[in-house]
Design a protein around this ligand. Structure first.
Ligand code: S5P
Length: 277
């Protein structure tokens, strides 16, 4: 099977295929820092999260958060996060997984305690409610230059986001976000932007969680693949790693070194994929 054409274009050359400021920023950072690694910082205090982010920042293009799991959330955290994102050059992705009707998600995105749209460059949503979820989030996020990812597949065992669901999620984006100004890609395990459905010059980012160099899974259904399997074999653009990095045992330097090990593995797989031409 011939490789998906997008996987043969260097990240830097894909910048011109996007108009969304967040998509452009992500690809620019990946190109500049030579990294396709996103670190998921799923710890339960904001102070611990900041420690991890400072250690991994130099190796990543993106930091992913779940701010609803922090016991000590305040906007001092988001201010510090935005500051670090500028200093250490990464994009902020709040993994909120919105899943409601358009009106509700627009409120959840802009309001409440977290006010996600005010500080997070990128967020994500399930396609299960239908296209209204894209319109509701776009109303808030597009004027701010934010980006959205739709969950087209999941890494967990028994996921229902497969086959027809995945295909319909991709088609929903094509039909709803006509100028591709807000939805910049997908959370998926494979290159789900089907060749026969993408027009020349159309570009989507595929981000894959469920990545581990030594772990194979957990007791709650998570399944891991290696950076090589994700980037080279499945054609993903960005690997998302959580426990494989912040959960590593050892001193402060261990987390930093582990992030660098994943960065190198992800980048090597990307270079091999380009050289396959
Ligand atoms: O399908 C998915 C989608 C996501 S966003 N599977 C996932 O695991 N995630 C998220 O990626 C999950 O919520 C968690 O924050 C991270 C994976 O963490 P890890 O510790 O298993 O690497």
């Amino acid at each position: 099977m011939s490789p998906h054409p997008t996987t043969l274009i260097p990240y830097g050359e894909r910048i011109k295929l996007h108009t969304n400021p967040t998509a452009i920023k992500i690809l620019e950072i990946m190109n500049r820092k030579k990294t396709n690694l996103a670190v998921s910082v799923d710890v339960t205090t904001a102070s611990e999260a900041l420690k991890v982010i400072k250690r991994v920042g130099a190796s990543v293009c993106m930091v992913k958060t779940h701010v609803d799991i922090f016991e000590d959330f305040t906007h001092e955290f988001t201010e510090e996060l935005v500051k670090l994102s500028k200093e250490l050059d990464f994009v902020i992705f709040e993994d909120r997984k919105f899943a409601d009707i358009g009106n509700t998600v627009s409120l959840q995105y802009s309001s409440g305690i977290h006010k996600i749209s005010s500080w997070s460059d990128l967020t994500n949503a399930h396609s299960v409610p239908g296209p209204g979820i894209i319109s509701g989030l776009s109303k808030i996020g597009k004027p701010l230059g934010r980006g959205l990812l739709l969950l087209a597949e999941m890494s967990s065992k028994g996921s229902l986001a497969i086959n027809e669901y995945t295909e319909k999620t991709f088609k929903m984006v094509k039909e709803t976000d006509l100028n591709r100004e807000f939805v910049i890609g997908f959370i998926a395990q494979n290159r789900i932007d089907k060749i026969e459905l993408i027009k020349k010059g159309e570009d989507y980012l595929i981000l894959s969680p469920g990545v581990g160099l030594s772990l194979k899974g957990d007791s709650l259904g998570q399944q891991y693949r290696t950076p090589y399997e994700c980037i080279f074999e499945s054609g993903s653009d960005i690997i998302i790693v959580g426990r494989g990095i912040y959960g590593i045992e050892g001193d402060e330097k261990a987390i930093k070194d582990e992030a660098e090990r994943y960065r190198q593995a992800g980048w090597k797989a990307y270079e091999e994929r380009l050289n396959r031409k």
